[in-house]
Design a binder for this molecule. Structure first.
Ligand SMILES: [Zn+2]
Length: 321
């Protein structure tokens, strides 16, 4: 498989609209069907310069090409080998699903011998499939199956990066993961909403929306999820409201709260920046006293500590956390 690809640039136009093409740089194939060609070198001027005609069909699969800017893309998503092998290898790579021991060679071998065409196919391979392959012993087959298993809970950003959405690199997928925190929500996002994010312009927004509306991609994602892939998103960081009465205070809960449990109240207090402790001392700032509060309430009164014994007032002070 050739990794090298010329970028054909339109240099000048002659006569009746015919274009003259020259390769201006050589690039390496990017992930998921060439989203990020990497420029590896410039073609020297004239010296080695016979002009070349850009291919009219994909040199690899013979499919039609689509011109986007100066680049030519093969639009065959079904069986263009270098594209699919590249997509699968990218999916498995370290910054993506991080499937250990998986290489581009593995992707090629699975493509040729086991009909793997889509990243989701990987998770349906069995030990019996792999053991049949050349250069696969028991240990190698077991290790690869284990590596597939181990990759099943990627963080959402890595999962999105693994999908190989055109025009989106690691920075963008990280931003998407932090903003949406859910694959389902991102899949429903509209371009108008996406472009409000700091690093996303209209081209990237269209790429993302187009990707998730593509039925082949939807099927691929469904199969990944059905195979047990669970992208993990971190919870949104708690916004600590420093203006809360409880911020930075040591609080003791005592007695029975009738409309919320003590655990629930404690969690809310902690979210507001309070430290919840079990015994009343001079260091206590506030005592929340429910029904039948006993010695702790008495002690708080003796020490002149602020007491909140009205549950309605407590609810208002806790707000919506
Ligand atoms: Zn092709």
């Amino acid at each position: 498989m050739t990794k090298w690809r010329a970028v054909y640039s339109e240099r000048s136009t002659y006569g009746s609209g015919g274009s003259l093409w020259k390769p201006t740089a050589y690039t390496r194939q990017g992930a998921g069907g060439l989203p990020h060609p990497e420029i590896l070198g410039k073609v020297t001027e004239e010296a080695d310069g016979s002009e070349i005609v850009p291919p009219s069909v994909c040199p690899s699969c013979g499919h039609d090409l689509e011109k986007k800017g100066p680049h030519l893309f093969c639009t065959n998503k079904v069986d263009c080998r270098p594209q699919l092998v590249g997509r699968i290898a990218h999916f498995a790579s370290r910054d993506a699903m991080d499937i250990e021991t998986f290489s581009e060679k593995t992707a090629e071998q699975l493509y040729d011998s086991l009909g793997v065409r889509d990243p989701s196919d990987l998770y349906y391979l069995t030990f019996d499939d792999l053991i049949k392959l050349e250069r696969f012993g028991t240990k190698k087959a077991e290790n690869l199956i284990a590596a597939f298993e181990k990759s099943k809970q990627p963080d959402l950003a890595s999962f999105l990066y693994a999908l190989g959405i055109s025009n989106t690199g690691k920075t963008t997928t990280k931003e998407l993961a932090e903003h949406y925190r859910s694959l389902e929500k991102l899949m429903q996002a509209e371009p108008e909403e996406l472009i409000t994010l700091p690093d996303i312009g209209s081209i990237v927004a269209e790429s993302i929306v187009g990707f998730f509306r593509d039925q082949a991609m939807q099927r691929s994602i469904e199969r990944l999820l059905a195979a047990g892939i669970q992208p993990v998103s971190e919870e949104a960081p708690a916004v600590v409201d420093e203006s809360s009465l409880f911020f930075g205070k040591t609080v003791v809960l005592t007695g029975t709260l009738t409309t919320m449990g003590r655990d629930e109240a404690a969690k809310k207090l902690e979210k507001l920046g309070a430290k919840v402790t079990g015994s009343v001392s001079r260091k206590t700032d506030i005592v929340i006293a429910g029904e039948n509060a006993g010695s702790k309430l008495t002690k708080a009164q003796e020490l002149g500590i602020r007491i909140i014994d009205n549950e309605e007032e407590l609810r208002q002070l806790l707000g919506d956390v």
